[in-house]
Design a protein around this ligand. Structure first.
Ligand SMILES: [Zn+2]
Length: 78
């Protein structure tokens, strides 16, 4: 069995607030933010490098990005 990487661990532990999730991707607000709204968008399937992701997975990442972006914009303008 492959060792769990840092991103797989983040997905398993789910310590931050989940801003977006579907079967392919999850977006988690970081508990130790580098800056305000710092969010990790992580494909759920472990791959060695991002070029191993399928087109569908990249599409899911982009969907997550658009959702998170509008959520954070909303918070900022409040
Ligand atoms: Zn992993």
């Amino acid at each position: 069995m492959m060792d769990e990487c840092v991103f797989c661990r983040v997905i398993r532990n789910r310590k931050g607030k989940v801003l977006f999730e579907n079967d392919k991707v999850i977006a988690i607000l970081n508990i130790h933010p580098v800056s305000k709204g710092y969010t990790l968008i992580i494909p759920k399937r472990h791959v060695e490098t991002p070029d191993r992701l399928t087109e569908e997975e990249w599409h899911a990442v982009f969907e997550a990005f658009k959702t998170v972006k509008s959520l954070l914009d909303e918070i900022k303008t409040r």
